[in-house]
Design a protein around this ligand. Structure first.
Ligand SMILES: C[S@@+](CC[C@H](N)C(=O)[O-])C[C@H]1O[C@@H](n2cnc3c(N)ncnc32)[C@H](O)[C@@H]1O
Length: 101
């Protein structure tokens, strides 16, 4: 058994990536993979978010004019997309590293 310093798992080599959903383009800093041991899962965009964003870009009326809170937003791709349609959006995440990104 070896106890490793948590910083061993840290990757801050974020890349600016462009995501396109319909007519909406978002540029966000993120990784392509992340560590699950210290719940750094918010450093990347998950397939579920891609599905959700595709749906929302095709059906913006779902959220249009609403106030919305995103729990566990990670890099915030879904909340930021929603901010294009919503009255107001609050993004939340419990991980300081993810929030800093
Ligand atoms: C699997 S990632 C999903 C990130 C983003 N929503 C996506 O779909 O790409 C889960 C996110 O939820 C956050 N999270 C997990 N438990 C949480 C909690 N109790 N409160 C707030 N955020 C939490 C993690 O830090 C992580 O950013």
């Amino acid at each position: 058994f070896v106890c490793l310093d948590p910083s061993f798992f840290m990757n801050r080599n974020y890349e600016m990536k462009t995501f396109t959903y319909g007519s909406q383009e978002l540029q966000l800093l993120c990784l392509s993979s992340a560590c699950t041991d210290y719940d750094l899962t918010g450093q990347l965009v998950w397939p579920g978010a891609v599905l959700m964003n595709t749906y929302l870009s095709e059906h913006p009326e779902t959220v249009k004019g609403h106030s919305l809170i995103e729990l566990g937003s990670g890099i915030g791709i879904t909340g930021i997309l929603c901010s294009r349609f919503c009255k107001e959006v609050v993004l939340t995440d419990h991980n300081d590293e993810v929030l800093e990104c």
